[in-house]
Design a protein around this ligand. Structure first.
Ligand SMILES: Nc1ncnc2c1ncn2[C@@H]1O[C@H](COP(=O)(O)OP(=O)(O)OP(=O)(O)O)[C@@H](O)[C@H]1O
Ligand SMILES: [Mg+2]
Length: 317
């Protein structure tokens, strides 16, 4: 009983093969009740395959997956009404309105008592209640998709890339809905390409690369334990500064705005570099010293880039 309350999802040695392709390779992890758990991985890392096995849509090749303590390959009927799903690339019927869409799915899933107005309010769609699906923006469609995933008032919600393709503003509006859900006590299993999203929303993040979990922890612990260095950025710096820093034994990376980034193991290296630049008479407009972010951890652990439309990090390094 205690186990059920603490771990709503338990995955042990999960493997999935598609012919010769090993898409999911010996995954083991648990998801705790009430947490936001994120799978962060590049295209083809195995995110959808894993979540769809947990949702009972796909069958595992080997390994064990339990939802609420029940084996997903055996007891589907006993928990299927306790989960909600936003599939990757959610779509619906073009010509029916927001409210009708929710009504349709509520009937389809046999949820006679679904609180449609409550769902519309939660997804912040009150102004769009009578708008047809095809007229909604990408962000509004995704928010409706999240509301659809909640028609059965599930305990665990699976959201497969809820913000892919959305602009930064629309993405943040989806995040607000998800935070609200978390505060209502839902367990959220999220997959994403976006480092910022995992960093902002997730209590724990599993970094997935080529079907394997390469790290699993809170975003804070991940950066502390896998990227124990500082990033010094010098803005609009003179060309020769790069050479000075390189001669000191560091590896500066310059972008096309004349900003130089240097990865430093020790805090006092910052002062050493600044002294050397000052002594040379080279000028710069500003500087920034910060701890690494999740993107840098992701890159160093996987050697893969996140989404190409995500700016920042080490770029072409
Ligand atoms: N039904 C299938 N048949 C054969 N191969 C598949 C099938 N589904 C997925 N794959 C392959 O398995 C690997 C993992 O795919 P999956 O969709 O789980 O990754 P993902 O992390 O969700 O990727 P994305 O970010 O692109 O959605 C990929 O190489 C993919 O091409
Ligand atoms: Mg996917």
């Amino acid at each position: 009983m205690t186990k059920e309350i603490e771990h709503v999802i338990e995955v042990e040695h999960l493997t999935k093969r598609y012919g010769a392709l090993l898409a999911v390779n010996d995954l083991s992890f648990t998801v705790r009740r009430g947490e936001v758990f994120a799978f962060l991985g590049a295209n083809g890392a195995g995110k959808t395959t894993t979540v769809e096995i947990i949702e009972t849509i796909r069958t595992p090749t080997s390994g064990k997956v339990c939802l609420f303590g029940l084996d997903v390959t055996k007891k589907k009927r006993e928990f299927i009404h306790r989960i909600g799903v936003l599939p990757q690339g959610f779509n619906s019927f073009d010509r029916i309105t927001v409210r009708e869409t929710l009504q349709y799915y509520a009937r389809l899933f046999g949820c006679r008592n679904a609180d449609l107005d409550g769902l519309i309010a939660l997804a912040d769609l009150k102004d769009k209640t009578h708008e047809q699906f095809h007229k909604l923006s990408g962000g509004l469609k995704q928010r409706l998709g999240i509301a659809v995933a909640l028609v059965n008032d599930p305990e665990v919600v699976f959201l497969d890339e809820p913000t892919t393709g959305l602009d930064p503003h629309a993405r943040r509006e989806v995040w607000a809905v998800l935070l609200d859900l978390k505060n209502k006590g839902k367990t959220i299993f999220l997959t994403t390409h976006y480092m910022e999203e995992a960093e902002f929303l997730a209590d724990r993040v599993a970094i997935l690369s080529k079907g394997r979990i390469v790290a699993l922890d809170s975003p804070g612990h991940l950066t502390e334990s896998h990227a124990n260095y500082l990033v010094l950025t010098l803005q609009a710096v003179e060309e020769r500064a790069s050479e000075i820093i390189r001669k000191m034994g560091f590896a500066p990376v310059q972008d096309n705005h004349r900003n130089i980034k240097v990865r430093l193991e020790r805090a006092d290296d910052v002062q050493k570099i600044l002294n050397a630049i000052q002594a040379s008479g080279a000028t710069f407009r500003g500087l920034d010293v910060r701890k690494p972010n999740l993107e840098e951890v992701f890159l160093s652990l996987t050697g893969e880039a996140g989404r190409e439309d995500h700016a920042g990090g080490w770029g072409a390094e």
